[in-house]
Design a protein around this ligand. Structure first.
Ligand code: NAD
Ligand code: 6OD
Length: 489
């Protein structure tokens, strides 16, 4: 939402221009029914221009707002989301297809936590001081000042819409940057609710802007925009390449959180029941639509068959259906096109020699859910860990399971993909846990757990999973420029 500052002559001039394009809309479907739930503006590059101009006009008022006041406003945003908790959770579930119970337990609490966490982080921030000692009593003192970078373009995907948008908005605002947000066109509505909350809290005009629309029509001009100084993008690796290319000529600060094909490594010395439960959750949480999902499970051969049987039993018991029901474990995939893509991978798995052990069918559900994009969670065995099904990102409810004989073989298989986001290890051997954690080519490793998040730690990937780290002081450093002052004593 671009709020217009009436004192800004450029915005005034733009407002008087006739719109070059006819007003267009995008249809937003509920993935659980396939029915229309809202229309969103199909914005274009002129809307991006207006949003960036509004954001640029807020650089000084927002950047000059004292840190404690910014922190107070972030806490007020957290309270504003909390006050409309049910509406946020219901909306996220209707837009995305996820169970409302998941939106209530993960997405919306995390969005609130993002604002509270970064309010606290800037309140308690310390920057460095480096003392120099010269000969004969001479010396110097260096100290560092944190300064906003400028207009921040924040582009996010459809799987964890508010969770991931606020993971960027909160630190960007906390560090004094005005923001222009571009959420996914498939899950737009919680971003609009957030804009309403922020409007009520009363940030300076132009500090928060939201532009709805398609990637090529809004995201592309936004990343290339001359008034944008920083781009934080979360999405697919192919899109990330385009974003990096568009941002490069302007030397914009860049953070990319991209795709993943993450391994779950299960050793014979693990706590078996915990490993089965953990691997099932890692594979199928949020319908398998999380970049961190463990979509390839490597199991030590001595327990492989028992593990597969237990996993298939656990996964077959997952209840797929109405996202609004508190008993549902898995909702609908985000779109018909995405379900088609996932089903294409199920066909590929069979062509590659895989054996479908459970799932993979569309469930039969009563109206209106019979129009939804549901898919039973699938477990596939008998594939080489190097095949396409086991190395390409599917981003849906499909997991492959592969036996291994030695730790070295497991490590090779885990590292043998273009991605390097995360891994989870299941073992009770502490030395093995340390050894493998150090050797895995990933940005993050979980041991005997998965997606246990501490917002202070570095979050990000290596290889084709991204560039840069966000989280805690890594976010503060990304969303600010450090200035050093050196004083000769
Ligand atoms: P996507 O790349 O298609 O879209 C992400 C966002 O980029 C959307 O808002 C989209 O409209 C926009 N976009 C599209 N083309 C653009 C362009 N040319 N310039 C700028 N913006 C553009 O991704 P998706 O399908 O929405 O999400 C799924 C992907 O996101 C998966 O690959 C998943 O692994 C990845 N993801 C990664 C993380 C992470 O933290 N690493 C988190 C969530 C999702
Ligand atoms: O937990 C987070 O901070 C985070 N960025 C998660 C990303 C999940 C991807 O789908």
């Amino acid at each position: 939402m671009a709020r217009r500052d009436p004192r800004d002559p450029e915005l005034h001039r733009q407002a008087l221009q006739p719109r070059r394009r006819r007003r267009a809309w995008l249809e937003n479907l509920n993935p659980a029914t396939g029915r229309l739930i809202s229309r969103i503006a199909r914005s274009g590059s002129e809307d991006v221009d207006r949003a960036c101009a509004a954001a640029a006009s807020a650089r000084k008022p927002w950047g000059d707002t004292p840190v404690l006041e910014r922190a107070r406003l972030l806490d007020a945003i957290a309270e504003g989301i909390q006050a409309r908790f049910d509406e946020f959770a219901r909306t996220e579930s209707e837009d995305q297809g996820k169970p409302v119970s998941l939106a209530r337990s993960i997405d919306i609490p995390r969005a609130i936590a993002n604002f509270r966490f970064f309010a606290g982080a800037v309140r308690h921030d310390e920057t460095g001081c480096h003392e120099m000692h010269g000969q004969g009593g001479t010396g110097a003192l260096n100290y560092s000042l944190r300064r906003p970078v400028g207009v921040a373009a924040l582009i996010t995907p459809w799987n964890l819409p508010l969770y991931l948008l606020t993971w960027k908005v909160a630190p960007a605002l906390a560090c004094g940057n005005p923001v222009v947000c571009k959420p996914s066109e498939l899950t737009p509505r919680t971003a609009t609710l957030l804009a309403e909350v922020i409007d009520e809290v009363g940030l300076p005009d132009g500090a928060f802007n939201l532009v709805h629309g398609l990637g090529p029509e809004v995201g592309a001009p936004l990343t290339a925009h001359p008034q944008v100084a920083l781009v934080s993008f979360t999405g697919g690796t192919a899109t990330g390449e385009r974003v990096a290319a568009a941002a490069a000529p302007g030397f914009k600060k860049l953070s990319l959180e991209l795709g993943g094909k993450n391994a779950t490594l299960v050793f014979a010395d693990c706590d078996f029941d915990q490993a089965v439960e953990g691997a099932a959750r890692a594979a199928f949480a949020n319908q398998g639509e999380i970049c961190l999902c463990g979509s390839r499970i490597l199991v030590e051969r001595s327990i492989h068959d028992r593990f597969v049987d237990a996993l298939v039993a656990r996964v077959s018991a997952l209840r797929v259906g109405d996202p609004a029901s508190p008993d549902t474990d898995m909702g609908a995939l985000v779109s018909a096109a995405h379900r088609d893509k996932v089903e294409g991978y199920l066909r590929l798995a069979v062509e590659e020699g895989g054996r479908l052990r459970c799932g993979g069918q569309r469930p039969s559900l009563n109206p209106p859910l019979d129009g939804g994009f549901f898919l039973q969670p699938a477990v596939i065995t008998d594939l080489a860990p190097s095949c396409r099904t086991a190395t390409e990102e599917i981003f849906g409810p499909v997991v492959t399971v592969h036996p291994f004989d030695t730790e070295a073989e497991a490590l090779n298989a885990a590292n043998g993909v273009r991605y390097g986001l995360s891994a989870s290890l299941w073992t009770t051997d502490l030395r093995r846990a340390h050894r493998l954690s150090a050797a895995l080519d990933t940005g993050m490793v979980w041991v005997n757990t998965w997606l246990l998040r501490d917002l202070r730690v570095p979050f990000g990937g290596v290889k084709d999973s991204g560039v840069g780290r966000e989280g805690g002081r890594f976010s503060l450093d990304f969303y600010s420029d450090m200035k050093n002052v050196c004083i000769q004593l």
